[in-house]
Design a protein around this ligand. Sequence first.
Ligand code: NDP
Length: 290
Amino acid sequence: MQLLDGKVVSAAYKEQIKKEVEERKAAGKKTPHLAAIIIGDNPASRAYVGNKVKTCGELGFNSTLVEYGTDISEDELLTKINELNNVEAVDGILVQLPLPKHIDENKVIATIKPEKDVDGFHPSNLGKMMIGQDTFIPATPYGIMLMLEHYGIETSGKNCVVIGRSNIVGTPMSVLLSRNSEPGNCTVTLAHSRTKNLAEVCAQADIIIAAIGKAKFVTADMVKDGAVIVDVGINRIEDATRKSGTRLVGDVDFENVKEKSSFITPVPGGVGLMTICSLMKNTLKAADNK
Ligand code: NDP
């Protein structure tokens, strides 16, 4: 078993991005600028946004953090997004999900200018990705592709099972891996909560991408010997041995599955780090596109 180590891969990409930003600045080009909007005080969302803003600083980007309470109206939020759409200095805009129930997520995503939609969630960018046009690829699937590429994982002709069909992870992942590209050229099964005999479906897979949101859902009996395992899940479980009383685990039962896998991502330290990295790549691309 070899770890697909998000720390190693993201550090390499971050170094490269930092260098590009320095070169841009030296050439008198504009500094990439990410604006992040966060609503409410969900600790996980705060931690994700905090990391994104911190990474901007590390890589030499400018960033703007806009914070609202959960009582913000949909109209106010859309007005703010429109304002940022028109700020020349801002290259990328992200709105941290999930949103409070009274705000329509689809409306919010559709309001972000596609040229600034560095999360790649706008219908126009997702559509472009579907037909293989140059666009912003959603950060998590993009990060997974970068990781597979970095480790030279052979994907062509392989059976891949993606578990979870969300618009931001599972569905775009299935599209990217089935494309005629490297990595890609997989025969992809997109599984979800209605999939029958999921364990048997998974047991046929050379590559499993787990994006479900259920702790340790993928167990060793579901995994073929030598399979490549990518764990997207981030779940907090109780752990009395930790000072905080909790710890993070993925959607894969890592301790048991690792013995059967050829490559596996840890949680934390795997896909999450790559997600931030690809968000930064997308923001740099947005600045470049100008
Ligand atoms: P969603 O809740 O949007 O989607 C979950 C998917 O899992 C759904 O398609 C659902 O099926 C499927 N599912 C649920 N239960 C089962 C089951 N018993 N069997 C098979 N499929 C099932 O989640 P996200 O895609 O947003 O996120 C998934 C996980 O990844 C979460 O833990 C999230 O925190 C994490 N995440 C991590 C990121 C990172 O950077 N590492 C980034 C984004 C997310 P159905 O459609 O039928 O309901």
